[in-house]
Design a binder for this molecule. Structure first.
Ligand SMILES: CC(C)(COP(=O)(O)OP(=O)(O)OC[C@H]1O[C@@H](n2cnc3c(N)ncnc32)[C@H](O)[C@@H]1OP(=O)(O)O)[C@@H](O)C(=O)NCCC(=O)NCCS
Length: 252
């Protein structure tokens, strides 16, 4: 009894730090937010995250029913339903939030931004990992559904109203039903404004051909070795090319 109380008290400083991070994250992500006090008082997404932290701690300490009751109160007060078993990282922002549902085995990485009506849902009835795993910095647009045990890579963006049923690579943007990639990898704004370092598509193409060539050469070498062909055969293969991943390679 006293042991449990001591354990909970020991969590307070970390919870306080994490609560301050949550407020800062909202101030960064919502242009409508004007002060930390305002965010702490009137943002249901923040309240939902805080109540979930309590529910999750109860859940992991084995107080399953109490955890569910706190989760239910959370839903009643904020309109956001997070199963106590779900894992939320730091600085997760749930903006507006009404109608958000996060399932038991879902994981939401640090710095994710979820808008209203987002569902991280399961597609199986078995008690296994059945909900999505979101990496860090993922943005999920309003009313998007991400379904099943799939992975959404770091920095990916899910369009509003999308239904995502397959894993999404890091940095990609997906939209639609079912969701499809519209940009393979988004360049951060700062990088795209760095005109001195714009990517050169021709060099990129040559690099990719060179790396494919290296892969094929290695396969041929392995095949020759397996077939016990002599070194002579390899010598006929033509001039030596620069190492394919060499930083000296400039594509010219
Ligand atoms: C997905 C998203 C991040 C893409 O933003 P973006 O990179 O600026 O993309 P663009 O607006 O340039 O759109 C690119 C293409 O995708 C389409 N598109 C964008 N969002 C879409 C969506 N949610 N569903 C279907 N198509 C979409 C655009 O029509 C455009 O198509 P086109 O090239 O044929 O004209 C953004 O549209 C989005 O949905 N953000 C969520 C915002 C939100 O939920 N706010 C709620 C506040 S409560």
């Amino acid at each position: 009894m006293f042991g449990a109380a001591r354990r909970w008290l020991a969590r307070v400083p970390r919870a306080w730090e994490s609560a301050k991070d949550d407020v800062d994250a909202v101030l960064k992500n919502d242009p409508a937010a004007r002060s930390p006090l305002e965010v702490a008082l009137v943002y249901p997404g923040v309240h939902a995250v805080w109540m979930h932290r309590v529910a999750h701690a109860l859940w992991t300490d084995g107080f399953g029913l109490s955890a569910r009751v706190v989760g239910h109160a959370n839903r009643f007060l904020t309109g956001i339903e997070i199963h106590p078993g779900a894992t939320l990282g730091r600085r997760v922002v749930i903006d507006h939030g009404m109608g958000v549902v996060i399932g038991e085995t879902a994981r939401v990485g640090d710095g994710c931004l979820l808008y209203k009506g987002v569902v991280l849902g399961g597609t199986k009835l078995q008690r296994t990992q059945r909900h999505p795993q979101l990496g860090a910095g993922v943005v999920v647009g309003s009313n998007a559904c991400i379904l099943g045990n799939i992975v959404v890579g770091d920095g990916a963006r899910i369009g509003s109203g999308s239904v995502v049923v397959r894993s999404v690579p890091a940095g990609a943007t997906v939209v639609g039903v079912p969701a499809r990639i519209i940009t393979p990898a988004r360049t951060p704004l700062e990088q795209s404004l760095d005109h001195a370092n714009l990517p050169d598509p021709v060099t990129e193409m040559i690099r990719s051909l060179a790396s494919e060539d290296a892969r094929l050469r290695q396969r041929v070498a392995r095949l020759e070795e397996a077939l016990d062909l002599g070194r002579d055969a390899q010598d006929e293969s033509g001039p030596d090319l620069a190492p394919l991943d060499s930083p000296d390679f400039d594509g010219g």
